[in-house]
Every structure is written in structure tokens, then in C-alpha cells.
Design a protein around this ligand. Sequence first.
Ligand code: MG
Length: 421
Amino acid sequence: MTALPMPETQAPWPARDALRITGVRPIVTAPEGVPLVVVRVDTSDPGLYGLGCATFTQRFHAVAAAVEQHVGPMLVGRHPADIEDITRMVHYSSYWRGGPVLNSALSGVDQALWDIAGKRAGMPVYELLGGRVRAAADTYLHAGGATVEETLDHARALLEAGYRHVRLQSGAPGIGHYGSPGSRGGYPGSPYPDGWDVQRYLRDVPALFERARSELGPEPGLMHDVHSRLTPKQAIVLARALEPYRLFFLEDPIAPEHYDRLPEVCAAAPMPIAAGEQIGSVADAARLVRDGGVDLLRLHVSAVGGLTPARKLVALCELQGVGTAWHAPADVSPIGAAANVALDVTSAAFQIQEGHVYGDAVHEVFPGTISPRNAYLYPNQAPGWGIDLDETLAAKYPPRTHLHERWAAGVRRPDGGIEAP
Ligand code: MG
């Protein structure tokens, strides 16, 4: 059934043709266990619709409700070509701006409108953005393990598979590890024996990279993700300890609550600092780029509102000499991953793309999902994103509460105090 337009949300200018948005709805599916949120925008042309990524795995119900109840109804009756006006209208309509829930909802409709624009033009989105400046986006994957040996074995397997860059994370006592297994009961005399200890972390990470550089050789680009655990001064201590191992970048050294001190960390660190995936505001991201807070901006594109705001930040990065390295592990849908690649291949600011190799179930639900070829991600040549969504198959993978929420609730220090996960 076609929903009725809201008169107040219609454009005060005549549309070039009779095409109109007739419906907007969220689709949540979890083919790999991670709840992916996609927005479908339908039009009055029965064969013409767009898909956009609105994935916020830890609050997917809230995003779906925002799309269905608040954002979607405002778009019905609008011409889908008014992307800039529609994104501004959605952004300002809640009065209180942004945040990852509303921005993810906005991202879903924004990217769906770009998909429609590409389909109408018969062009992939990267051509609408001005065309390519490179053939493909170089990508890195994560190597992790319970021990240094396991992590390095994993890294060697990725390098043998053709990857030129790997992120290294290694396990240690405590359950608060990202990207590597932790172990329970590491601090038996402590109030919280499963805790994560910052001093042990500050000793272990340089030891991991010393072994990595000596065993993997001088060529591979090596990264490490701190996951926002350190104070500004601890971050500087770690960055200096890692200097001999020539990291490609050090990621998220401090928590987003302390980003006003990221410029001093950035200035003192001998390697490039990459940060930004937890930012839910375009203005916050712009301040980091403008004030020397980041060498590589790595946004979660749906968390800042989609392709339209992200491309403005890409332009700012290019003008400021800051690189981009977008966030994209398993909690970005294939549509969002395609949007990342469209930005990557159309800007000189691009440096590297976080990669994820989707499994068969995702490829079946999302025909056209991009896979790395020799560690490069090539944009699809089909119009729009070149990716579809099989809703019948998607329904076979209903979302469950994301386990990340329960895991994060248990990330504490050995003394029992909560640690930023
Ligand atoms: Mg990260």
C-alpha cells in the first residue's frame, strides 16, 4: 500500500518529472549473526527502488523504529533526486541533532537515494561522485589469536593470501579483548578475576610487534587497534614504545569522550593515528580533521548520516592533508561496504580500507556483495551500488540481540571497575 505524503515535508519547487517516493522501510537480517539494517526506498516507478545501509548492530531495533515511525513518513511524496534537501530536512527535523541511532536511519535513506540516482542515470555511484581517481581500494584484514604465535600464524596466512597489510591483536588474561580471544580467571586474587589489565597490555603490545616485525619482515603494513582503552599519556607511552616497528597506523588510542586531547596524542605519536569510528557527529569529525586530531579519519559512515555527509568530510580531509581509512568489519552491510569503496576510489584522501570477507550466506542474501581480489576491493560496475537484497532469504536470518552488548557489560579491570570496551 502506498503511504500518503505529508504536505509540510514536500519541496517548495516543481519536480522535473512525476517520479515520487512511495514507501520507506527497514529490513533487518543477520546472515552471519550480526544484525544488519538496510533501508529500502520504493518509488512510483514499480521497478525502481534503492537500498541503503543503516546498520547499528547494538541498537538495531531503535534504528528500525526511527526509519519506520519518524524518517520514512517524511519522505513519501518527495522526488528521490532531492538528496541534499532531504538529508538536511531529516537532520534538522528532530531538533536535537544526530547521534548514531538517528544518523544510521538517515544513512539508510541517504544511501538508498544515491542507489536510486545511480539506477536512474545508469551509472555506478562512483561516477556520480565525479569518477575514479584509482582502480580499487587496497584493504587489510585482522589477524588475531590467543597467543603471539597464533596471531603471527594468522598474519602469515593473510600475507600468503595476498594481503599487504594486517591488523595484529593478541590475547592475554581477561575477557575484555577485541579481535583476539581472552581467557577467564587471569587475576585469581582480584575482585574481578576476568579483568583486563592496562599495564599488562602496555607491556604485551610492543612485545607482539617486536616479534611481528622480526618474523614477518620489513614489508607488511602493520596496524594495531587500542579500542579506546588508554589515557592520553598512556597512549603516547604506547605509541613511542611501538616506534621501532613502523606501524602503518595506531587506531583509536583514546576514548571519544577525550577527543579534545587527541591532537596532543597525534603530535607526540611517531606513527599515523587513525580514529573516528565511534563519532556520531559530522561536526565532531570535522573538528578532528581541522585541529590535527587525526592522521587517518576512519568513520563508520552510517553513524555520521551516510554518503552525503561523509563525502563532505572526505573533501575536508583532502584539503587538510588527512587520510581516510573507513571502518568496515562485519558490522557494516554489503551496501555500506560498497558506499565505502565508492568514497575510496573517488578521493585522493584515501589511504586504506578495513576489509571483511563476507560468508556465503551474506552473498546469497545480498547478490552483488563485493569481495577482495588480491586484497583490492573493486567497485561494482552496475548502476547504483550494484547490490540487491533477497528479502525472502533475508527473513531466514532473523536478528537476535547482539552478543556485543553482553560482552561489553563484562569488560572490567581486575579491581572491578568498568573499562571502556
Ligand atoms: Mg576499531
